[in-house]
Design a protein around this ligand. Structure first.
Ligand SMILES: Cc1cc2nc3c(=O)[nH]c(=O)nc-3n(C[C@H](O)[C@H](O)[C@H](O)COP(=O)(O)OP(=O)(O)OC[C@H]3O[C@@H](n4cnc5c(N)ncnc54)[C@H](O)[C@@H]3O)c2cc1C
Length: 326
């Protein structure tokens, strides 16, 4: 049983499907799930300090293979490659980037640099909504999806299996994002909620690449942009105002707001995913804390967890739940 059909649960479900395992997903369809607000961008260089993502080569190789395989199965385009343009404000930024580019670890992502900004590659976006909805429809047709609230009091631990309501499951995989805090099956980990918004706007900005400067401006259709994101260390919907004003500061063209989305990210103390087995209940697993990088982390993490369960392969120590246990 896979509980939760956000990016984590959906990626794990596809892994199970491609690995010829039977499964059932249940999801209560939370309006505030992180995946529903996601802009869907994958980007090898992130954050205010422009860090190169942990394990970038393996993560990005996996994400491409994985989503392409799903695209083929669903016969739908889901993954788009797009470069990222980072405009410079002044000479300091030009210098900083030239220093960074002296290192191979950055240089390999550089498409071009001039006084206006730097264009980096190996990035793009997943149409997250389409991925989630099409996967749900596909699994629903196979009777492997149910819209249902997971009630922890109904989960009974038997000798070699779990019983949940009238069904039996060999394994349970918890992919419930920030709701895990409330469900509280994994008491030895601490998850933090980071809420945020993304907005859809109409404008004539006319860029083909993603513009990145504090926010990301992603072109999704002619004159339509998905823009994100905000980060609040609370669980509240602060609305679209901050993003609208940041967008207006960054571009000259008028914008009109079409939609505003809200979600709560689940994050860990060290900002890495948390994958692994319960410390007391065997065959109960978790895949959580995708933070702000679910698109690139979920394909890799689902593979690691699937192989751990089925082939007893190791989970990297950086993402293994064991790092929180003494
Ligand atoms: C505004 C915003 C922008 C973002 N932009 C990006 C981006 O550009 N790129 C990127 O990689 N990441 C981005 N992220 C982060 C990304 O969305 C998350 O990393 C990812 O969605 C986490 O997925 P998840 O499946 O672990 O959790 P969630 O998406 O939160 O999914 C949890 C699921 O569990 C279900 N659930 C919870 N409780 C129960 C229960 N009791 N019973 C049944 N079901 C339950 C919920 O309904 C939900 O569907 C963004 C996040 C936000 C908020």
């Amino acid at each position: 049983m896979i509980v939760g059909q956000g990016l984590s649960g959906t990626c794990f479900a596809w892994r199970s499907y491609f690995g010829n395992k039977t499964f059932k997903i249940i999801d209560k369809e939370n309006s505030f799930s992180a995946s529903k607000a996601s802009v869907g961008i994958y980007n090898p260089i992130t954050g205010r300090k422009y860090n190169v993502t942990w394990n970038v080569d393996k993560l990005f190789y996996e994400l491409k293979c994985f989503y392409k395989k799903v695209e083929k199965k669903l016969n739908q385009k889901l993954l788009y490659e797009k470069n990222i343009f980072r405009p410079f404000k002044g000479n300091n930024e030009v210098n900083d980037w030239n220093i960074r580019l002296a290192s191979k670890k950055y240089l390999k992502f550089c498409e071009k640099i001039n006084d206006d900004g730097v264009l980096t590659n190996t990035s793009g976006y997943l149409d997250v909504n389409k991925f989630l909805l099409s996967s749900k429809k596909y699994f629903d047709n196979l009777r492997r999806y149910k819209s249902e609230n997971f009630d922890v009091t109904k989960l009974k631990i038997k000798k070699n299996y779990f019983s949940y309501k009238n069904e039996e499951f060999k394994y349970v995989i918890m992919c419930t994002g920030i709701s895990e805090k409330k469900i509280n099956l994994f008491k030895d980990i601490k998850l933090n909620g980071v809420s945020g918004n993304s907005i859809i706007v109409k404008s004539k900005i006319g860029n083909d690449s993603i513009i990145n400067k504090g926010i990301n401006i992603l072109p999704i259709k002619k004159n339509v942009y998905h823009i994100g994101s905000t980060y609040y260390h609370n669980m509240k919907d602060e609305g679209p105002d901050e993003l609208v004003s940041k967008t207006k500061n960054l571009i000259k063209e008028d914008i009109s707001l079409i939609d505003s989305k809200f979600g709560i990210r689940s994050t860990s103390k060290d900002r890495r995913p948390i994958i692994g087995e319960h410390n007391k209940i065997k065959k109960l697993f978790i895949m959580n804390a995708m933070g702000s990088k679910g698109v690139s982390q979920a394909p890799y993490c689902s593979k690691k967890l699937f192989n751990y369960i089925n082939e007893d392969k190791n989970i990297d120590k950086e993402i293994n739940i064991d790092r929180y246990r003494s």
